[in-house]
Design a protein around this ligand. Structure first.
Ligand SMILES: Cc1ncc(COP(=O)(O)O)c(C=O)c1O
Length: 345
């Protein structure tokens, strides 16, 4: 990140951008295009929507939390007619319910789904969801912001048409880049899609990528960092990365339970990148987070929207080790009684 700036329209950046794009495709497990956009993950979600849909298009939003709702709101804001399939927070979407919703709305064009819902710590069964969506011949737009590169997501096998991730998650680099996989079907939809777009336009991104450039000035330092991170990731190998996240996730869940705290998410679909823990036994979450930060230098996330004060979350994606999690657990053990928690089981 400390490297000197270079001309983003010169040969050095051209080489880095094409290397990084090729390596990203390996992690995405895709032969489709992968576009690197400068913006946060939400920008990538907006890009997926505006590049494949037209105002008035009917879409099915499968939402299991805050980020699923956000994806739907983006589509609504740009004029899509959104049919909502909302799932109780803490649970995963049922592929059969998605099948029924598509059957009841045969004219929907696309299904919007979150692979890993960071707000609740739940991972959807995207493989099964994809089968249902593809049997019906619909476009599959996926928020994989907090899963890609950490949880297995074979983009081509699961036929994801637009799949979005963000640099600050499993990629282990600072925020600033959204990476989007675009399938041939998504390109066909793009050719007819009429939603307004300029900055996020895939045609512009692709035509510049062919010259080894981006249409607008990119977050050059984050691309530098991503290039180093991708080398680390490919050296470790995707299966090992996925297994490491599964192990760290399990260590986190076991640790939380051994402290007498209940998990918020249904365990069969618990996320390997973030664990949500429900407040119980008189626990004051605000106080806990304050003690953990000030006395143990551990930053825990709270709950979002209606989960504020009801859950806290431990992030464990990217460069987080079992040792880190064990340190978090011993800090929690010391802090919990002082935050009002009395174990009841
Ligand atoms: C699943 C998911 N979707 C969307 C977002 C939004 O990404 P950003 O904050 O980078 O815009 C996040 C961020 O935490 C996320 O975890």
């Amino acid at each position: 990140m400390g490297w000197q700036m270079i001309n983003h329209r010169g040969p050095e950046f051209q080489k880095i951008l094409s290397d990084v794009t090729a390596k990203l495709k390996q992690v995405f497990q895709t032969k489709n295009d992968v576009l690197i956009l400068t913006g946060s993950g939400t920008g990538g979600l907006e890009a997926a929507v505006v590049n494949t849909l037209s105002p008035g298009d009917k879409v099915l939003s499968v939402s299991i939390g805050v980020f699923g709702d956000r994806f739907a709101n983006i589509a609504k804001e740009f004029g899509a007619e959104v049919v909502s399939l909302k799932v109780e927070w803490g649970r995963a979407a049922d592929p059969d319910a998605i099948r029924q919703a598509i059957k009841a709305n045969p004219d929907i064009k696309a299904v919007l789904v979150t692979h890993n819902e960071t707000s609740t710590g739940v991972t959807n069964d995207l493989g099964a969801i994809s089968k249902v969506v593809k049997e019906a011949g619909k476009l599959l737009l996926v928020d994989a912001i907090s899963s890609m590169g950490s949880i297995n997501l074979p983009v081509d096998k699961w036929q994801c048409d637009a799949v979005v991730t963000g640099s600050q998650k499993g990629w282990m680099v600072p925020p600033g880049l959204a990476m989007v996989g675009v399938s041939p079907e998504a390109w066909q939809a793009h050719a007819k899609a009429k939603m307004p777009r300029f900055y996020w336009d895939f045609t512009r991104a692709k035509s510049y990528l062919e010259k080894g450039q981006t249409p607008w000035t990119p977050a050059i330092s984050v691309v530098f960092a991503l290039s180093v991170a991708l080398d680390m990731m490919l050296k470790e190998g995707l299966p090992k990365i996925v297994a490491r996240h599964a192990k760290v996730g399990q260590v986190t869940r076991d640790g939380v339970k051994s402290l007498g705290l209940p998990l918020f998410a249904e365990e069969s679909h618990a996320s390997n990148t973030v664990t949500a823990i429900a407040a119980a036994g008189g626990l004051d979450i605000k106080k806990l987070r304050q003690i953990m930060k000030e006395e143990h230098q551990v930053v825990l996330s709270g709950g979002q929207q209606q989960l504020d004060g009801k859950i806290f979350r431990i992030g464990h994606l990217g460069w987080v080790t079992e040792k880190d999690i064990k340190e978090v657990m011993s800090a929690l053990k010391a802090a919990l009684p002082r935050a009002g928690f009395v174990a009841t089981r």
